[in-house]
Design a protein around this ligand. Structure first.
Ligand code: GGG
Length: 354
């Protein structure tokens, strides 16, 4: 469900590289957008800050100026954030907060394989994970107490009918635009019958809430999350649109990236009714940050998804086609794909093929 294509004389894009390799891949995506020329309106980029590195410097991971400035933008690109695994007083994940503040309730993550020239694609993958982006365990209401047996930690998992129905609707709309129109609800309601049960029922109720049998041709299936992961690795071709609560969607989409060669290839958008933010699925990759070898393709694809969501189809098509050609030729690839090329080389190759 693309945002309405209002006639824009200028496209204002917020850029939030975040941490680690975010500072390498987001500038690459910017260059790729700039190279589109007249396929999109004249673009203005707004550099914005957020992330753990910013928190370490300033004590604030998500400055109010960043949130306010995004309010003046048409869309944004977010790189990555590296939250520490231990609780740090005063720190909270800026990407989780941004998704909530901007009500970007859907994280849409297409996972598509592109076989290299001459290679046989034995397990072609073309699926999209639609991850609910505002609830589940990511409400981050955790607490710790002590009993006679020692420390006890608890987390609240929030699932609402409202959020489950709206993510369901977004996923059904996506399914309508895909050739196979297979729709799989991922849950664990055999164990979590209240929370996952509500997610499952709410998503299932969506076709009854829309008029004229709009989703009548969509084939609705469902799968318990653990068996879904098993089948994803055995027979990924069975999946088309997978809709999942926040945590399962996060894990499934990272795992599915293993089927298409690299996490460095998988893009996403965080989409709400009024704003869209592209974001590569990969994290900040501190092990390779600063070496100039991060794969820019997930960020360039995220830029394409963002433009498509805004209605700039020809620009999005050109970016996606150029990325797919680079993958098909398989000559200029970063080390995560088994190549020896640098971020800059891959970017140059994409731009050359635009
Ligand atoms: N671009 C995705 C990303 O940054 N992933 C790492 C992640 O999930 N971070 C969550 C966090 O650190 O808050």
């Amino acid at each position: 469900r693309a945002l309405s294509t209002v006639a824009r004389s200028k496209l204002r894009v917020g850029l939030i590289p975040g941490d680690g390799i975010g500072a390498e891949v987001i500038p690459a995506a910017r260059r790729a957008i700039e190279a589109l020329g007249s396929d999109i309106p004249k673009t203005e980029f707004v550099d914005l800050e957020a992330g753990f590195e910013l928190f370490a410097r300033s004590g604030d991971a998500l400055p109010e100026e960043t949130v306010e400035a995004l309010g003046e933008c048409d869309c944004a690109l977010f790189g990555a954030v590296s939250s520490p695994i231990k609780k740090i007083t005063g720190y909270s994940s800026p990407i989780v907060a941004l998704r909530k503040k901007l009500d970007l309730y859907a994280n849409v993550r297409p996972v598509v394989s592109v076989a290299a020239k001459g290679a046989e694609d034995t397990k072609p993958v073309d699926l999209v994970v639609v991850r609910e982006n505002t609830e589940c365990l990511y409400v981050k209401q955790e607490s710790q107490t002590t009993s006679e047996r020692g420390k006890e930690a608890r987390a609240i998992r929030l699932i609402t009918e409202y959020a489950s129905q709206r993510i369901g609707k977004m996923a059904f709309e996506l399914a309508l635009g895909r050739p196979r129109q297979v729709f799989t609800i991922i849950h664990k309601s055999n164990v979590l019958s209240v929370t996952d049960g509500l997610f499952r029922e709410s998503v299932r109720s969506v076709p009854r809430l829309v008029e004229n049998g709009r989703y009548d041709n969509v084939k609705i299936e469902e799968q318990i999350v653990d068996s879904a992961v098993y089948r994803l690795f055995r027979e990924p071709q069975i999946y088309d649109v997978m809709v999942a609560p926040n945590l399962y969607g996060d894990i499934i989409s990272d795992a599915a990236a293993a089927l298409v060669g690299s996490l460095g290839l998988v893009p996403s958008i965080n989409a709400g009714d009024n704003f869209v933010m592209g974001e590569p699925v990969h994290g900040s990759a501190p092990d390779i940050a600063g070496q100039g070898i991060a794969n820019p393709l997930a960020s360039i694809r995220s830029a394409a998804l963002m433009l498509r969501h805004l209605g700039y189809t020809s620009g999005a098509d050109r970016l996606e086609r150029a990325v797919n050609e680079v993958l098909y030729e398989a000559q200029v690839l970063t080390p995560d794909m088994g190549g020896k090329s640098k971020t800059q080389d891959v970017l140059d190759e994409v731009i050359r093929r635009l």
